[in-house]
Design a protein around this ligand. Structure first.
Ligand SMILES: Cc1cc2nc3c(=O)[nH]c(=O)nc-3n(C[C@H](O)[C@H](O)[C@H](O)COP(=O)(O)OP(=O)(O)OC[C@H]3O[C@@H](n4cnc5c(N)ncnc54)[C@H](O)[C@@H]3O)c2cc1C
Length: 461
């Protein structure tokens, strides 16, 4: 069937062509949203819900879904976009703030699915849960520790269920699984259908979406584009990994995540693999992979690949390197030996990562500028919650959302280059070493290089 590399993503390529293009711009709007990804679109959605007469403009540099929102793994999951222990330590509301955050994340999955239902958006959504496979004894120990942390931070026992090896393989028959952790709340979506579907809803509601219209500068109540300057009551900067390209600074950097998708697999392959429940699937290796079984019976699988481009480079149309594609296919082959996985398309995108991996929602009432970033790999659900949080901040209401720990949360800056490049690369080298060590020794304890890597990155909880 031929192999494609880049072209944004399989999801964006396989769906219908972009439908907006550049719009005619007015001189002034009540709200200008910068970035046509899920954060920006959800912000516009709730803004028009709250005030149907509001004049709203979404500016998108390329096309709706061009960023991570059109390239991701399609997991609508309850995983928090940040380190819970760090949030609890730094938030004025302590652990209660994190418990509220987690509660809202579970609610946000329901909310996204309810909006899709209400607005008639078909994003191939299936609520099949999420299964984390443990490929080694050390990974199984980590899965158990993760579950204990989940229970401390607001999960009910039924929301993170430990599975033994037979229960795990009854769901997904992976040869490498030694057990797993099952999260029933997670849903699978087609990311481009979600993002474009939401944009279509906005168009119906009278929101102006202008593609191929990058914002060039943001000042108090004003956004400058190549096509003129626009006055704005409020401005929502929703650029995630692209934030520094507009605002400068080193608070968030782009980190690569790469994916491949197979051709549709034959029934004989699915008989061996199982995966009837269409769970979102990952493993608890340090160099973890994440995957979904698509509506048309392909497997889409992703992982870090080459993790970071010197100087915080962004990935353009997303061409991926051959080594990453081979590694991801080999991971599938080791999970499901004997099954043939023809790769149809490979691509990469960037996640926005802060120095302590915690997401931020900030708002300055004086300038009218709100900024959201730092979801890392957990934005499909969290973007919905962030949008509602930002709107509460715009309105100045004292709500649960306005008190969540990510509000006005400040992370320290990333190091300047070449330290940043060395640090991110070094962390993934340590993680790779640790995975190989744990596989070879079958030890139960997490290998030292991974403990060092997590500490440097601030990932341990
Ligand atoms: C490969 C991959 C897999 C992932 N898998 C998952 C997953 O399964 N589950 C999960 O929860 N999260 C996942 N994530 C993360 C998730 O996709 C993101 O957190 C989320 O989509 C972020 O949405 P956003 O709208 O904030 O940013 P983006 O979707 O990146 O949107 C930012 C937009 O801003 C535009 N832009 C840039 N500069 C300008 C400018 N100057 N003016 C106007 N527009 C501009 C860009 O073109 C882009 O469209 C994944 C990410 C990647 C890359």
């Amino acid at each position: 069937m031929g192999y494609r590399n880049g072209d944004v993503s399989h999801w964006m390529h396989a769906g219908k062509a972009p439908a907006f293009g550049p719009a005619t711009l007015e001189d002034a709007y009540d709200l200008v949203v910068i970035g046509g990804g899920l954060t920006g679109l959800w912000t516009a959605y709730y803004a028009i819900e709250r005030d149907p007469a509001a004049r709203i403009l979404v500016l998108e540099a390329a096309e709706v879904g061009y960023g991570a929102s059109g390239r991701n793994g399609g997991w609508l999951s309850p995983l928090l976009p940040g380190n819970r222990a760090v949030y609890a330590r730094k938030s004025p509301h302590g652990t209660q703030g994190v418990l509220d955050f987690q509660h809202e994340m579970f609610g946000a999955i329901d909310e996204v699915l309810a909006v899709l239902d209400r607005e008639g958006v078909d994003a191939d959504q299936v609520r099949g849960g999420q299964l984390t496979l443990a490929p080694t004894p050390a990974a199984m120990a980590r899965v158990k520790a993760t579950r204990e942390a989940h229970l401390r931070y607001g999960y009910e026992p039924s929301q993170a269920v430990l599975l033994d090896v037979d229960e795990t393989r009854a769901r997904v028959n992976s040869a490498t699984a030694r057990g797993g952790l099952f999260y029933p709340d997670t849903a699978r979506v087609d990311p481009a259908k979600l993002t474009r579907g939401l944009a279509e809803v906005l168009r119906r509601r009278g929101v102006t979406i202008s593609e191929q219209t990058p914002a060039a500068e943001v000042t108090a109540h004003r956004v400058r584009t190549r096509r003129g300057s626009i006055e704005a009551g409020r401005i929502a900067v929703c650029l995630e990994a692209y934030t520094s390209t507009l605002l400068g600074g080193r608070r968030v950097i782009p980190v690569n995540s790469s994916m491949i998708v197979t051709d549709p697999l034959p029934a004989s392959a699915w008989e061996q693999i199982g995966w009837e429940g269409r769970e979102c699937l990952n493993d608890s290796a340090h160099t973890f992979v994440y995957a979904q079984r698509t509506a048309d019976d392909r497997i889409a699988i992703g992982g870090r690949g080459t993790p970071y481009k010197y100087g915080s480079g962004t990935p353009g149309d997303g061409a991926s390197d051959a080594r990453t594609t081979t590694n991801l296919r080999e991971r599938l082959e080791s999970m499901f030996p004997g099954v043939y996985f023809p790769v149809a398309h490979a691509w990469r995108g960037v996640i926005g990562v802060t120095r302590d991996w915690c997401a931020n929602v900030t708002y300055d009432a004086r300038t009218g500028v709100g900024v959201v970033y730092g979801f890392a790999g957990h934005g499909v659900t969290a973007t919905n919650l962030a949008a509602r949080t930002l709107l509460d901040r715009f309105e100045g209401v004292d709500s649960t959302l306005a008190r969540l720990p990510w509000n006005d949360y400040r992370t320290r800056q990333w190091e300047p280059e070449p330290l940043r490049w060395m640090g991110v690369r070094g962390m993934y080298v340590l993680f790779g070493l640790a995975d190989r060590w744990e596989e070879r020794t079958q030890a139960e304890k997490t290998a030292l290089p991974a403990r060092i890597g997590s500490r440097i990155a601030g990932l341990h909880e």
